[in-house]
Ligand binder design. Structure first.
Ligand code: PAF
Length: 291
């Protein structure tokens, strides 16, 4: 195969060897290469990650599009996950220099038997709710990083635990890549952008817009001295009253270990996962400590 320059306006690689060839020639020309891993269904949040890479000095951006089967658990939305490669490619015009969109067997060769498993930071929150999820993420991200060997790779802070997991993995495996976090991009009412927001009905979408409002109110109350347990329990009750079906967690955690915080003694992070209708919404933000 070779890089495909006719299907979309942005060059497309379907194989690791094609992508590597392109990366090698960029590197020889002194370019600084960024990788933005995605599962497609691109929105402004993804596009902002390319901007983060460029602001950090990247001169070439590769966006990978791969709906990774191993990070979906049984009964999750792998089959239904939106696959919109052509519209994704349009959004990347003048933004990305290469799309890497491999098929399943390029990423998981026949008989594959290797899983990357990160301990510690994955043992809680999403790791409890979705026990195989982070193995799938760590495995595919390590493959993508080793395939592209970029100078930097960017991941959104909306999946805060994922970002910490990837940082841990890259440190542990000594993968020579700089991991950058991109701030959460929000809709006008503050709902964190997510490819899964398309699953929300009109009524659910309205209630979903309150998630960040309640999270912010709770974070501010805790900063101002409110009892942490009471404040988070109140926030959970408000979400259920608003029509959320289930709150998996709404909790204040240490910013790097994600261990529970009993009493605020330094900046922490408040994180939530709550189900409304079909999607499970994630959000998080810092909880300031004013000493
Ligand atoms: O955040 C995502 O979209 C995915 O988890 C990632 C990092 C692209 C791995 O499949």
């Amino acid at each position: 195969m070779a890089i495909d320059t006719t299907t979309y306006a942005v060059p497309l690689a379907r194989t690791i060897s094609d992508m590597r060839e392109q990366v090698a020639s960029w590197r020889a020309a002194g370019e600084k290469i960024a990788l933005v891993p995605t599962m497609g269904a691109l929105h402004e949040g993804h596009l902002s990650l390319i901007e983060v890479a460029k602001a950090h000095g990247a001169t070439k951006a590769i966006v990978s599009i791969f709906v990774n089967p191993t990070q979906f658990g049984p009964g999750e939305d792998f089959d239904a996950y939106p696959r919109t490669e052509a519209t994704d490619a349009e959004k990347l015009v003048d933004r990305a220099d290469l799309i890497f969109a491999p098929n399943g067997s390029e990423m998981y060769p026949d008989g594959y038997g290797t899983t990357v498993s990160v301990k510690g930071v994955t043992n809680t929150l999403e790791g409890e709710a979705r026990p195989t999820h982070f193995d799938g993420v760590a495995t595919v991200v390590s493959k993508l990083l080793l395939a592209a060997l970029p100078d930097c790779a960017v991941f959104g802070e909306k999946d805060y635990q994922q970002l910490l997991t990837i940082r841990r993995m890259v440190t542990d495996l000594r993968i020579p890549v700089e991991i950058l976090g991109g701030p959460i991009l929000r809709e006008p009412d503050g709902l964190a952008m997510s490819s899964r927001n398309v699953y929300l009905t009109e009524t659910e979408r309205k209630a979903a817009g309150q998630l960040n409002v309640i999270l912010k109110e709770t974070a501010d109350a805790i900063t101002n001295g409110a009892d942490l347990k009471t404040a988070t329990a109140d926030a959970e009750s408000k979400l259920l009253e608003l029509g959320f079906d289930k709150v998996d967690y709404l909790t204040v955690r240490d910013t790097t270990t994600l261990q529970p915080v009993e009493k605020l003694a330094e900046e922490a992070r408040i994180l939530v996962a709550a189900k409304i209708g079909q999607p499970r919404l994630l959000d998080n933000m810092p909880v300031e400590f004013r000493g």
